[in-house]
Design a protein around this ligand. Sequence first.
Ligand code: NAD
Length: 260
Amino acid sequence: MLTGKNVIVTGSTSGIGLGIAEVFAAAGCNMMFNGFGERAEIDKLVGGIAVTHKVKTAYSAADMSKPAEVAQLVRDTEVQFGSVDVLVNNAGIQFTAAVEDFPTEKWDAILAINLSAAFHAMKAAIPGMKARGYGRIINIASVHGLIASANKSAYVAAKHGLIGLTKAVALETAESGITVNAICPGWVLTPLVQKQIDDKAKLEGISIVEAQKKLLGEKEPTKRFTEPKHLGELAVFLCSEAGGNITGDAITADGGWTAQ
Ligand code: NAD
């Protein structure tokens, strides 16, 4: 169904982005990887996925906090693969502190990477999508795009903004064969969340396992983490014919977190 489609997943060297990229590659898509990490490891990962799934893969080290590099990532993908058919804006960072203690540079970085990068990438990718009459844009937001938690002001603001941006661009592209949606995960066990588990264990003087259970218990009725590959399957569904009339939506995968 998606064989031969060209896909960018930003922040795909780790966690959710990597899980999504692997599912798209397994579906026969050519994959442009992006994100930070050790170059030799990234080359091994990206090369391995090409061999396993018999698709083309490439890697860009573009920094999503820099608008010109975001636009360049889109242009490089168009040059290397011929088009950008699917854009997954996933790169993101977290920092927790009360608003009065929140470092201004952390606020700026979270807004730049978690929100503005999606604007710059969509701005660069949509002209080509419109010209070809097909495009799928998936913005990885969060339950924190729908509701708040204390000590996450920048993250909550960025993710609420990302859902608003998703809706506005969905309306603008509604008759162009392009859909724009947000996925809103609850807890997913990635390095971004592991840091919060480690901090909680330290702060409360409990074990990592206890901290993990508490973290889930406080928010997610199912008391289970969502898996990156399942978010990948959801993203692939949004790119399918069955998902073709879903646009401007913010779809949760949060174990009932926002149902409460
Ligand atoms: P992660 O830390 O495992 O991965 C983040 C990825 O983004 C990495 O590949 C990293 O290199 C990349 N990245 C960070 N800054 C970058 C930059 N300036 N330029 C390019 N790449 C950059 O985190 P994750 O948990 O997989 O998070 C991925 C996305 O999912 C984020 O947008 C996050 O907000 C969102 N999310 C995560 C959870 C969760 O529970 N883990 C829940 C909801 C939403």
